[in-house]
Design a protein around this ligand. Structure first.
Ligand SMILES: [Cu+2]
Length: 353
């Protein structure tokens, strides 16, 4: 018995650990909701103790003491004064909670008036997040890179069948330490404000069940100092470098564009080399892949070993449905092909150039 209680408590507390918790707000748009949750929890605890306490008192005091105990307690059914009291008290409590709640909703939804506000377009896909920074023409995936102490205004939507074969489903954007949740709906634009007070990495998770790999649809917000953010923008706006001819990397690049493969990677992924306009692609933009820390919906560390596994066996790495056009297909690559492709992908690091 004790073991079960300890286990349950541990699991319960584990849910509050780490930095994916709304109970550790790290910016004003999370602070507002947090400052509502805490007093409401205390009020709810008070109501819980009162109601449960009365039940216990009733059970003990009015229990049937023996076979002959037929005496009923005083009946209060239909007592007008009591009815009024226990209607008014909850009504007052709910009204008292509603006023600051509505106020907070308006405050957190309002377009920030800070002229430095960064606009980012977000598209929920099965099962990863795409980011587009219209001011800089930057495409990236799964990591929302943002400057610290500056409001970020997200314009959210979800992939719809018009653009890719994925059929449209609703996702929900949620980075608990920075803001509440907001649905991302195909064919519709919703908004969410975020802001981080301190540089750091804040964990998030898609919060609306969206199919097979919903659980593998994670996300991160990375808040940087203004200086680091400017450097990041500089790097991301550079085209990818083309590897020197005759190298393994160059061979990988050829394959990326379909040479010798059953399907070209470029059909679904963009690696922008500066000679065309940047455009959205069906899968994540890979131009500066290696500037990210993790991949595939932020579930794997982005390193050589995981990339190798991903290309060799994507369907074992993540539950996807390529037969329905969702996720990355298995292209049956040989070891040599994986070697060349991985060598090329590893060059996609703006810090090296
Ligand atoms: Cu989702």
């Amino acid at each position: 018995m004790t073991a079960i209680v300890v286990l349950a408590l541990t699991l319960l507390l584990a849910a509050c650990a780490g930095d994916q918790s709304a109970m550790h707000p790290a910016g004003p748009y999370a602070q507002g909701p947090h400052d509502l949750i805490v007093p409401v929890l205390w009020i709810a605890l008070g109501v819980f103790i009162l109601v449960q306490g009365l039940i216990v008192v009733a059970i003990v005091r009015f229990r049937r003491r023996n076979e002959d105990d037929t005496e009923l307690p005083v009946q209060v059914h239909g007592n007008t004064r009591l009815e009024i009291v226990w209607t008014i008290i909850p009504a007052v409590i709910l009204a008292a909670i509603a006023v600051p709640t509505v106020q907070t909703i308006f405050e957190t939804m309002e377009e920030p008036d800070d002229p430095d506000t960064l606009l980012v377009e977000v598209i929920g896909h099965r099962w990863w997040w795409e980011y587009y920074y219209p001011d800089y023409d930057i495409y990236t995936a799964n990591e929302l890179v943002m400057p610290v102490d500056t409001p970020v205004r997200l314009e959210l939507t979800a992939a719809d069948p018009g653009r890719s074969p994925e059929d449209g489903v609703i996702h929900s954007y949620w980075v608990p330490p920075l803001a509440g949740k907001q649905d991302a709906v195909p064919g519709q634009v919703t908004h969410l404000n975020l802001q981080a007070d301190e540089p750091g990495t804040y964990l998030g998770q898609c919060a609306e069940y969206c199919g097979l790999s919903h659980v593998n649809m994670r996300n991160r917000a990375i808040a940087m100092t203004d200086e680091d953010f400017d450097t990041w923008v500089d790097q991301q706006t550079q085209p990818a470098e083309v590897p020197e001819e005759g190298t393994l990397e160059a061979e990988g690049r050829e394959m990326f564009y379909g040479e010798g493969l059953s399907r070209s990677c470029a059909a679904c992924h963009q690696i922008w080399e500066g000679d065309t306009a940047r455009a959205p692609s069906q899968g994540p933009d890979l131009t500066h892949l290696m500037s990210r820390d993790e991949f595939a919906g932020a579930i794997y560390d982005l390193d050589e070993e995981h990339l190798r596994d991903w290309l060799a066996n994507p369907l074992e790495m993540k539950a996807m449905q390529p037969e329905r056009g969702i996720g990355m297909p298995d292209l049956n690559l040989s070891d040599d092909e994986v070697d060349a492709l991985v060598a090329y992908l590893l060059t996609l690091d703006p810090e090296d150039s």
